[in-house]
Each structure stands twice: as structure tokens, then as C-alpha cells.
Design a protein around this ligand. Structure first.
Ligand code: ADP
Length: 529
């Protein structure tokens, strides 16, 4: 028996409650559809003679046309923001981060391995290759060559000697991180889920759970051709002979949850909080590289998959940012992480209600949205605003704008659907309880860092002042430029803005310089602790 998620006991009598409606195409991941159905949503039927505007969320793998963004209605959400491929194509990412490095210094933007975009940077790469070779003497240097637009490890080449370097079309050549943090002798990288709910003002959430992807053969620099030892893509490792074997420490398959990985690190006295903070910084600095140049668009969000490799000094390296990160359910780790992830994205997006971007958009956030809307406040870029199609949305808007302070609490409480999902694991203690069932690690990770005593996990977001709105009867007083973002929704925590200064700097145009100063202050504080 399905029940619309937003149905409330105190719904005004006479309000027509209809389920929220999602729209899909043939690329929409099955898990997204099943989670939405489980939450009581209805699927939009393209064939039926219903209003073209009668849907609330359109989720698909590819981007939307600008016209679709322009025509989006106040009650609708799109799962892509225009202009975000500036981050998700490997060559674009390299160019943007290089530009930021020039502007704000190498010490801040040192988290991407040295990268050359081919064929433009060919001469520079050759010069660097021979410079390094001379500096290393008899030791070898390592490089990785990756197609700019492909994914899943396709077309990758790792080499040490330039005579093995072949490329065509648009490739990037990157310094190969040859000292990865090994678990039981296996290389891994982290898939971190990041949701940007708006670029104006910039609002970034990080998911507290994620996936750690392992190579399935032991790391060995003497054989660069063995992709099961050097690449951590599941699509590569799934087909390997060792995938089904029980491997030292990592066990069966090639994935762990992020919480299991952090617990493993803690068991060796690694300061996982510090590592997590460094990862947040990488995410913020990366998104800042494109934020000023993405076009303004209302009612959309972007889920990114950040691939982060940790080296044996516990330094996080950004390998790439994925557009429409894979949501296929290949193993039990995928099921537990990705189903909950989708539940929590829905919480996050609809907790933020009908928040709009750009000028005019924030007006809708002041007071009762249905009233604002009826008075002609802007919804999409075209400013069109019809009456809300569904009673349930009326309820949604009411909750978001008039009870916003209390909505935070409401949303983090597991919704009825969450009974089917794995438990919330948004704190270290949560992670521990989840992990207790896992096998304890048997071998020490190969680390050279100073080992720090374990500290209790306090999310980065604790820097954000909490909301002051106390009761349903007292609507929040919102600033002229929109409301303060919700500090959390399900397993998502807000990492940007992270204090009053960055909140201010993200409004009225993005003041990147000011934000960088705040990040530097924060880094200095963290280093001195
Ligand atoms: P794809 O989009 O094809 O997955 P990635 O950039 O994510 O391309 O690279 C695939 C895998 O190769 C990564 O998951 C990681 O295991 C390995 N890899 C990529 N770049 C590097 C690097 N610079 N140093 C070490 N390993 C890397």
C-alpha cells in the first residue's frame, strides 16, 4: 500500500493529495526508479495525455538542454545543472585546476597529480619527462595516460619508458601515484558522493557514506600491464580471476563501504577525521574552480562522484570527477550504499523544497511559497509560475518555508521508507556499529604517516550556525538573499558554506578570493591543532 511521502496529518481539509511524480528515460538507473516508487512516488507516463508539466523530478543520465532548464517550473527538479562537464571531463578538470593553481598558489591546489593535456601540452610533457628522468637517476618515474572522455578504465595506459607512450585524440598524461595506501597489499580509491544543490549561492553537500574500490591483485610496480593490480575500476576487476577469491584483509569482491575503510584506518590509529577534512577541502576547492563560470539555472542539482586516491602519507589525490556516477547494484556494498544514497538525495532535494537560484528565485523562499507563487514570483529562468499542481506540493512548500527550522529535524529522522534501507551511518559511532559485523582487519596498512590518536568525529558542518527557528508557528526570518542551507539531510552534510563569512561570500556573486582566504584560515587552524 503506497502512501505519498509528503502526506501530513495536519494537512488543511480539502487539500487534494496526490503522489509526487518522477519522470525518467531509458538511461535512468533502476535503483532511482525503485526508490522513488518505494517512497510512494508515481511514474510519469510519457504516452498518456497528461500535462507536460505534471511531474516533480526528472532524473536521467545525460544532461538537459538549456531549453529544458529554462522551462522548468517551480515544482520541478532536474538532476543535472548546466555547465558541470567542466569538472567531469578529465582535460577540462585539469585545465580548470591549473588555472586555480596559478591564481591561488600551488600549496592549495596540489591535490591533482601533475597533468598534461594532449596533444596541446605534448612538448611540455616531454620536457618534464626528461627533467624528471635526470633527477631520478637510476630510479624509474611512472605515468598514466587516460582518454579525456572515457570512463571505467577504458583505454588507460601506464608506462615508465617514453617509448611505450602511445596516444591519439584527446588524452591526458598524468603522474602515476606509485605510493598508494595499500590494504592487505591491494591498491584502492574512494568514491565520494557530492551533491551540489545550487551554484548561486554555492551549496555543497558530501555524503557520509561512500564506496572504496579495490584492485584485485597485489600492487606491483614491476608489472605495469597488470590492470587488475593498478586500476581500481570495478568494471575491470569484476572480470579478473581474483574477484571471487577471499583476498587478504579485503575479503571477497572488490568493494568496501567508506565507513568500513575508515574503521579499518582507525584500528591502526590513523586520524580519519583529519583525512575526511582534507577530502572536504579537495571537494570545495574543486567545485570552486568552475562555480563562477557555470550558467545560472533554477531547480536543479548535480550528483558528482569524486574519485580520490590516498597515498601512503595519507594525502588525498583527486583522480577525476564523475558525471552521473554509476548507480548499478553489482554487489551487496552497492545495494547498501546506493539505495540509501538515493533516499537521502530525495530527502535533501525536497527538504530544500522549492528553493530557486538566481535573482528573484530567493524571493520565493520568503514566507509561504504558495502565496509567493500565486503572486507571480519567479520559478524557472523564464519566471513562469503557475499554480502548484498538487496538494502534496502545497504541503511540501509549507514545510520548507514556514517550518524550515523544524524541517531539519524532521528530515534526518528516518522516513518510513528508511525501514527498508540500511541504518543511517553518519557518525563514526554509527560506522562502528555497522562495522562490528565485519571481519576485523588482519594486516596493518602500509603507512608512513604519523599516527594520531583517535578523536571523536565532529562533522565539518559543525562550523555552521544552527537554525534558530523553533516552532511551526514562528516562520524563520530569512535573509534578503535566501535562506541558510540545511546543515544535513539523511547522510548528506553541508560542507559549503562552512561559516558566516563563506555564507556571505557565496551570495551576491561568488567571492572566490574571500572563500579561499577562509579555507586557508581553516587549514592553518586544523594544522595547529
Ligand atoms: P576512468 O574514468 O576510466 O575510471 P580514472 O581517472 O578514474 O579513469 O582512472 C581509473 C583508475 O586508474 C583509477 O580508479 C585508479 O585506480 C587508477 N588511476 C588513475 N589515475 C591515477 C594516477 N594518477 N595515479 C595512480 N592511479 C591512477
Amino acid at each position: 500500500k503506497r502512501k505519498p511521502y509528503l502526506m501530513a496529518e495536519d494537512e488543511p481539509s480539502g487539500a487534494i493529495l496526490k503522489p509526487l511524480v518522477f519522470r525518467v528515460d531509458e538511461t535512468t538507473p533502476a535503483v532511482v526508479q525503485s526508490v522513488l516508487l518505494e517512497r510512494g512516488w508515481d511514474r510519469y507516463d510519457e504516452q498518456e495525455e497528461q500535462s507536460i508539466e505534471g511531474w516533480n523530478l526528472y532524473w536521467r543520465t545525460s544532461s538537459f538542454r538549456m531549453a529544458e532548464h529554462i522551462n522548468v517550473k517551480p515544482w520541478q527538479r532536474l538532476n543535472h545543472h548546466p555547465g558541470t562537464t567542466k569538472l567531469t571531463r578529465k582535460d577540462n578538470l585539469a585545465k580548470h585546476l591549473k588555472y586555480m593553481r596559478r591564481l591561488y598558489g600551488t600549496s592549495l591546489y596540489e591535490f591533482i597529480p601533475l597533468t598534461f593535456v594532449m596533444p596541446t601540452d605534448y612538448t611540455k610533457f616531454i620536457a618534464e619527462y626528461f627533467r624528471e628522468r635526470q633527477a631520478l637517476g637510476t630510479k624509474r618515474g611512472y605515468w598514466i595516460c587516460k582518454p579525456a572522455e572515457l570512463s571505467r578504465g577504458r583505454g588507460i595506459l601506464i608506462f615508465s619508458d617514453i617509448k611505450d607512450f602511445i596516444f591519439d585524440d584527446t588524452y591526458i598524461v598524468q603522474k602515476y601515484i606509485c605510493n598508494p595506501l595499500l590494504v592487505g597489499g591491494y591498491k584502492c580509491d574512494l568514491r565520494i558522493y557530492v551533491c551540489v544543490t545550487g551554484f548561486r549561492p554555492l551549496t555543497i553537500y558530501v555524503y557520509q557514506e561512500g564506496i572504496v574500490r579495490f584492485a584485485t591483485e597485489k600492487f606491483d610496480l614491476s608489472n605495469l600491464q597488470n590492470y587488475h593490480a593498478h586500476l581500481t575500476n570495478c568494471s575491470i576487476n569484476k572480470s579478473g580471476a581474483s574477484y571471487d577469491k577471499i583476498k587478504e584483509v579485503i575479503g571477497h569482491g572488490c568493494k568496501w563501504t567508506l565507513s568500513r575503510f575508515f574503521s579499518y584506518l582507525r584500528s591502526w590509529d590513523v586520524d580519519d577525521l583529519l583525512l575526511w577534512q582534507k577530502i572536504h577541502r579537495v571537494v570545495i576547492l574543486t567545485v570552486l574552480a568552475i562555480a563562477p563560470s557555470v550558467p545560472s539555472a533554477a531547480n536543479c542539482f548535480e550528483l558528482f562522484g569524486f574519485d580520490i586516491l590516498i597515498d601512503d602519507n595519507l594525502k588525498p589525490w583527486l583522480l577525476e570527477v564523475n558525471y552521473s556516477p554509476a548507480l548499478s547494484l553489482d554487489c551487496s556494498t552497492d545495494v547498501s550504499v546506493k539505495r540509501k544514497l538515493i533516499h537521502d538525495i530525495i530527502e535533501l532535494i525536497f527538504l530544500n523544497g522549492l528553493r530557486n537560484e538566481g535573482e528573484g528565485g530567493s524571493k520565493a523562499a520568503k514566507g509561504n511559497a504558495s502565496v509567493s507563487c500565486a503572486q507571480g514570483d519567479k520559478g524557472g529562468l523564464d519566471g513562469a509560475c503557475g499554480s502548484l499542481p498538487y496538494g502534496s506540493l502545497l504541503r511540501l512548500a509549507r514545510r520548507t518555508y514556514c517550518e524550515s527550522g523544524c524541517a531539519v529535524e524532521e528530515a534526518v529522522r528516518p522516513c518510513p521508507e528508511d525501514a527498508h534501507a540500511p541504518p543511517l551511518r553518519d557518525t563514526v559511532s554509527g560506522r562502528e556499529s555497522h562495522l562490528s559485523a565485519q571481519e576485523p582487519p588482519k594486516a596493518k596498512p602500509k603507512l608512513r604517516s604519523r599516527h594520531m590518536p583517535h578523536k571523536a568525529f565532529t562533522p565539518y558542518v559543525s562550523l555552521i550556525p544552527s537554525r534558530t527557528c523553533k516552532t511551526k508557528a514562528s516562520p524563520c526570518v530569512l535573509s534578503d538573499h535566501g535562506e541558510t542551507p540545511d546543515p544535513r539531510a539523511g547522510g548528506f552534510v553541508l560542507i559549503f558554506p562552512f561559516n558566516e563569512a563563506t555564507l556571505g561570500a557565496s551570495r551576491n556573486g561568488l567571492n572566490v578570493k574571500r572563500i579561499i582566504q577562509e579555507l586557508q584560515k581553516l587549514m592553518n587552524k586544523q594544522h595547529s591543532q
